[in-house]
Write a protein that binds this ligand. Structure first.
Ligand code: 3IO
Length: 334
């Protein structure tokens, strides 16, 4: 009888496993624009791993870094059209499309990527801007505050005059105010432009010195610690609606966690990249003198009021958005 019991138990187990194998796995495509080693792709792989684990293999994610499925500027429309189920986009590449969330790129002194990510997500949740009605938002996060990386040293505003420097969105407005020749393009086009000498530098977070090996070309970084770039991870609405409720629950529960995880990863990785750039490529990190910094900040002073005037005219509660960002920075800086 004992033997029979063991036999039937074994049968039950085998049957159970084959039953599991029969449940269809859901396969989702996830498009991204920069190359695999960079932070938007590191967070993509982390999200993939967590979703596959937390759904017990019910969901399988195929990731496409480096514009292999959708390009940087096509990301939002590509996801809406269903060319990818999920896409990661930088909202600064379409400033007029994402007016509310791009307000996080005003010079409001967001101190780091973790706080920037939490502020951005809260701002999105409060305003629920129209442009996201056609997608499901799965995460929002920010890069670390931006710094100037250049071939030639930039120690004063005069050093930057006539220099072609790359940025996008809100960050681009700062470069213009400082008197650089602004060259606008996504990060994914920047390595080639630097290599060819079309640009002599860029304005972004410092981890790119390591992840894109920009430290091989840019021997100088001027520390400004100004303005983040905001990102969103969005999903096609039909793909989202087709998911079983338990899978949707897993993804919903990951939204805030993933956003904060990415910010914290970015902040740590920036520190690592600074050390690497010094050790491996002898990059000089230039600190502005107190007087020089006051001049740079003076040039930025009008930007917020100008933005409020412009965006209020477009029918947005611009002053309230700025107030909310400032209050959220305070909230998360406690
Ligand atoms: C960024 C974009 C792609 C890969 C790494 C990155 N680090 C910071 C950014 C911010 C950004 O979108 C940009 O264009 O500077």
């Amino acid at each position: 009888r004992m033997i029979m019991a063991v036999f039937f138990m074994a049968l039950l187990i085998i049957h159970g496993f084959s039953g599991l194998a029969e449940t269809k796995t859901i396969t989702l495509s996830y498009a991204n624009f920069p190359p695999a080693p960079t932070f938007p792709c590191v967070q993509m792989e982390r999200w993939k791993t967590e979703v596959e684990k937390r759904t017990n293999g019910q969901v399988s994610i195929n990731t496409f870094p480096g514009e292999t499925l959708l390009s940087a500027k096509d990301m939002m429309d590509g996801v809406i059209a269903g060319q990818a189920d999920i896409g990661c986009l930088c909202m600064a590449y379409q400033p007029g499309r994402f007016i509310v969330t791009n307000a996080t790129s005003l010079p409001l002194d967001i101190p780091n990527a973790r706080i920037g990510s939490l502020v951005l997500l809260d701002l999105y949740r409060k305003y629920r801007p129209e442009e996201f009605k056609q997608v499901k938002v799965l995460a929002m996060f920010a890069s670390a505050p931006s710094n100037i990386m250049t071939r030639k040293p930039v120690r004063t505003l005069e050093d930057m005059q006539g220099m072609n420097i790359r940025a996008s969105g809100g960050a681009a407005e700062l470069l213009k105010a400082w008197g650089a020749n602004l060259v606008g393009m996504p990060m994914s086009d920047t390595p080639e432009a630097l290599q060819k000498g079309v640009i002599q530098g860029l304005f972004s977070s410092l981890e790119v010195m390591k992840d894109f090996k920009f430290a091989e070309i840019c021997s100088f970084a001027t520390i400004t610690d100004k303005v983040i770039y905001p990102f969103a991870v969005v999903m096609n609405l039909d793909s989202w609606n087709a998911l079983p409720p338990d899978v949707q629950k897993v993804m919903d529960e990951l939204i805030e966690e993933q956003s904060e995880w990415t910010g914290a990863y970015m902040d740590n990785h920036v520190q690592e990249a600074i050390e690497w750039s010094k050790q491996t490529h002898q990059v000089e990190f230039i600190e502005l003198s107190k007087e020089e910094k006051a001049r740079w900040d003076g040039r930025l002073a009008p930007l917020i009021d100008e933005w409020i005037k412009d965006v209020e005219q477009k029918g947005f509660p611009a002053q309230a958005i700025v107030n909310d960002i400032q209050a959220l920075i305070q909230k998360y800086s406690q």
